[in-house]
Ligand binder design. Structure first.
Ligand code: CDP
Length: 230
C-alpha cells in the first residue's frame, strides 16, 4: 500500500534543494531523503580509508560492506556511515569535489540508487539530488528542477562557509561550483539533467519561504487532482 507521492527535486549545486525539501517534508509529513549526503558519505569513507578516488577497484570493494542510514532527529536529517554520525563531516569543502568524482563511478551509483529506491518505493517521500526525476524514480508523481545563476548559488555557498568560519575567496567558491556542475552534467551515467516533465523553478530572486510555498501549492493541487480522479 503506497503511503503517498514520490516527489523529486533535482538541480545543480546550492540551488536550494535540500532546505526546500526539508521544509516541504515537514509540511507534508513526508520523509526527506538527501541523496547528495549518501554520495558524500561514500566520499568520506574513501577519504578515511586513504583510497584514491580513481582506484575503481578499491572503491568497489569499499561498497561491499558500506552502511549508510538517514535518520530524522528533531526534524533534521542525520546521516550515519557505518554506525557513526557523520552529518557535519560530510559537509567539509573537500568532500564536495570528492563526492562529485565518486558519484561518476557506475558501481557507486548503482549501489546508492538501489538504496534510494528501497527507501522511497512506498511513497510519502521527497528526494533531492541530480537524477531523481530522470533515473531513480522516473515515474515520480511530482518533479521539480531548481535552478539559479552560478553567481547566486556561489554566494549562498560562500555565506554558508563564512558562517562555519571558513574564509574562502568568492571566486574560488564560484570556480569549484561551476566545475562540479560540469562534472555532474557530463558524466555518462545518470547526469544532472532536467526531466522532460519536471517543473523548472528559477530561485535566483526568491526567498526559501517563497520557493517552498510555491512548490507546496503545486504538490497540493496535484494531490487534489489525484483524489478527484481516483
Ligand atoms: O548540496 P550540494 O548541492 O552542494 O551537493 P549535494 O546535493 O550534497 O551533492 C554532492 C554531490 O553528489 C554532487 O555534486 C553530485 O556529484 C553528487 N550527487 C549525485 O551524483 N547524484 C545525486 N542524486 C545527488 C548528488
Amino acid at each position: 500500500m503506497k503511503k503517498g507521492f514520490i516527489i523529486a527535486i533535482d538541480g545543480p549545486a546550492a540551488s536550494g534543494k535540500s532546505t526546500t525539501a526539508q521544509l516541504l517534508a515537514e509540511k507534508l509529513g513526508y520523509v526527506y531523503i538527501d541523496t547528495g549526503a549518501m554520495y558524500r558519505a561514500c566520499a568520506l569513507k574513501a577519504k578515511k580509508m586513504g583510497i584514491d578516488i580513481n582506484d575503481e577497484e578499491s572503491i568497489r570493494e569499499l561498497l561491499d560492506d558500506i552502511d549508510i542510514r538517514i535518520e530524522n532527529h528533531n526534524s533534521k536529517n542525520r546521516i550515519f556511515l557505518d554506525g557513526e554520525d557523520v552529518s557535519e563531516d560530510i559537509r567539509a569543502d573537500d568532500i564536495s569535489a570528492l563526492a562529485s568524482a565518486i558519484s561518476a563511478i557506475p558501481a557507486v551509483r548503482y549501489k546508492m540508487v538501489e538504496l534510494q529506491r528501497k527507501m522511497g518505493e512506498k511513497g510519502g517521500v521527497i528526494l533531492d539530488g541530480r537524477d531523481i526525476g530522470t533515473f531513480v524514480f522516473p515515474t515520480a508523481e511530482v518533479k521539480f528542477f531548481l535552478t539559479a545563476s552560478p553567481e547566486v548559488r556561489a554566494k549562498r555557498r560562500w555565506l554558508e562557509l563564512q558562517q562555519k568560519g571558513i574564509n574562502k575567496d568568492f571566486s574560488e567558491v564560484l570556480a569549484d561550483l561551476v566545475k562540479r556542475d560540469n562534472n555532474d552534467s557530463q558524466r555518462a551515467l545518470a547526469p544532472l539533467k532536467k526531466a522532460d516533465d519536471a517543473i523548472e523553478v528559477d530561485t535566483s530572486n526568491i526567498t526559501i519561504e517563497e520557493q517552498t510555498d510555491y512548490l507546496y501549492q503545486i504538490i497540493r493541487s496535484r494531490m487534489e487532482e489525484e483524489c478527484k480522479s481516483s
